[in-house]
Write a protein of this length. Sequence first.
Length: 277
Amino acid sequence: MVTHDGPGRYVLFGHPVSHSWSPFIHGLFARQFDHVVDYKLRDVAPTAFRGAVLEFFVEGGAGANITLPHKSAAAEIVNDLSARAERARAVNTIIRRSSTELLGDNTDGAGLVTDLMSNLGVKISGSRLLVLGAGGAVRGVLAPLLEQEPREVCIANRTPERASKLREEFSDLGEISACGFDEVDDRPWDIVINATAASLAGEVPALPPRVIAHHTVCYDMAYGRGDTAFMRWASERGSSRSHKGWGMLVEQAAESYRLWHGVRPATRPVLDALERL
């Protein structure tokens, strides 16, 4: 854990990374505690990632966040993994324990669950939960979602085989089914989480027509200044509650901040600031 006699150096590694709001978010967090924090963005190609991370910590870096496409590679660099990072096989937060020891953690799932339950008042326990996508984003959040004991979980993916692989890997945590998008049970689900990248390109998975009902909570893990394509699609099909991933972004960042500094910042002021922007 860092002390605050001088600025602690933190960085977000990604490729690309210039779109990230993380410096803004961590700056607002630091203000709450009068911490002096130097948080920068580093665009690093996959071939240069390992060297850049090790160099940053050798030069005294206090902590790092990791975003696409480096989360799996980060799990191979650190000395030790938290239980949730080991389960996800991906790291989005690196904590410097000493000059020679780095701990990798994954705060994505905690961020999503906190946003759904605490900020949005969504009840996951006992729900029928449909997850769209079977990539690294799903791998990072599946265990925390299953820990809330939904009644039914289905992973749907364009390539059903990838969904089946995740089902097998996480089946010890609960009942999971897996299928292609067009094979999803054609009746209303309670929660639909979009973890595909398609929404950012203006595309939505081709799902059966009755998947969405008025009560269905639709959540897009992607985010931008306006509604995402998935949010618009959900509203057009009758969902009264569609949300983007701002809250997950802020909550996972707050969990990273807690791991680095030992205190968890209040997230509501930051969410309000992002809304105003």
